[in-house]
Design a protein around this ligand. Structure first.
Ligand code: GDP
Ligand code: MG
Length: 294
């Protein structure tokens, strides 16, 4: 069968790492409550990529002030393994004061960097430091049709300093095709105005071809995604039933779920990990190793 995950497209170093140790790939879901974050976890883990049959959900066990909660499944292809963890978070609107609703998320992301840094600095250094650093933050935008809210902009500005930001339009089935295209355009404009730089704009030292690929990827974003609520018993097609019929989750003519999944798991996993290590983790390290002002 054709390779679904595409590990063979990764560089030698990562391939070797995947073969010998397996790698961690960690995603966090952020946004207002009720936008389909928990449904997304389910939709992704039920997708047809090669999940290991005996996948065991495990938590990171990192104490936190919000009920942040992580599910892990193992992606396996040939003898290569990726441990994919998705951290689901309670929605912003659950907080009474929305002003800094995203602060617990930022704290969580920082805590993972901090744990990694501590392990690196430890005298008795573990060769395999458990890597819980967050490689991608999927930010769910409400499908209002109007553009980004002030809260979205503030939250994204704080998040992009720490993590690769991947904005998506939630519940894309609630907009018509025209409305969705229009909304995407509007959000791209709002992001440019507010100086919000989603992945892969955070990527350092790009070659011309990488830059062109980045532009193409950004032109398609934010992806409009739909969460699964039904499987056709005859065809096995995954969908969501709406007033107008069935939206097929894995059909890129119907929604962008497969484009997002492809970017995360197949085409850009390596990049997302690299940028996390070289940009976001380095920034954290620099901020925290600086001598205190005298
Ligand atoms: P969360 O609070 O962000 O975790 O949202 P949930 O996943 O709990 O979903 C909230 C509600 O929205 C549930 O009734 C879901 O069935 C529904 N929902 C989830 N994804 C979609 C979607 O893509 N489209 C539509 N129309 N509804 C969705
Ligand atoms: Mg939820």
């Amino acid at each position: 069968p054709a390779s679904v995950v595409g590990f063979h497209t990764y560089g030698d170093q990562m391939q070797r790492q995947i073969l010998h140790e397996g790698v961690n790939f960690n995603i966090i879901l952020v946004g207002a409550s009720g936008l389909g974050k928990s449904t997304f976890v389910d939709t992704l883990f039920k997708s047809s990529v090669s999940w290991r049959a005996n996948a065991n959900p495990t938590g990171f066990g990192i104490p936190s002030t919000v009920q942040i909660h992580t599910l892990t499944h193992v992606l396996e292809e040939k003898s290569m393994r990726v441990k994919l963890s998705i951290t689901d978070t309670p929605g912003f609107a659950d907080a009474i004061n929305n002003a800094d609703a995203w602060q617990p998320i930022c704290d969580f992301i920082d805590a993972q960097h901090s744990a990694f840094l501590d392990a690196e600095l430890a005298v008795e250094r573990d060769v395999n430091i458990p890597d819980t650093r967050v490689h991608a933050c999927i930010y769910f935008i409400e499908p209002t049709g109007h553009g980004l809210s002030e809260l979205d902009m503030q939250a994204m500005l704080s998040l992009q300093e720490r993590v690769n930001l991947v904005p998506v339009i939630a519940k894309a089935d609630t907009l018509t095709r025209d409305e969705l295209e229009h909304f995407k355009q509007r959000i791209r404009e709002d992001m440019t105005t507010a100086n919000i730089l989603p992945f892969p704009q955070s990527r350092p030292t790009q070659s011309e071809s990488q830059m062109m690929a980045a532009v193409r990827l950004l032109e398609e974003q934010p992806f409009g995604i739909v969460g699964q609520n039904f499987t056709d018993p005859d065809t096995g097609v995954r969908g969501r039933k709406t007033r107008f019929g069935v939206v097929e989750i894995d059909n890129s003519e119907h929604c962008d779920f497969s484009k997002l999944q492809d970017m995360l798991i197949r085409t850009h996993m390596h990049d997302l990990r690299m940028v996390t290590r070289e940009v976001h983790y380095e920034n954290y390290r620099r901020r925290n190793l600086e001598p205190p002002p005298s």
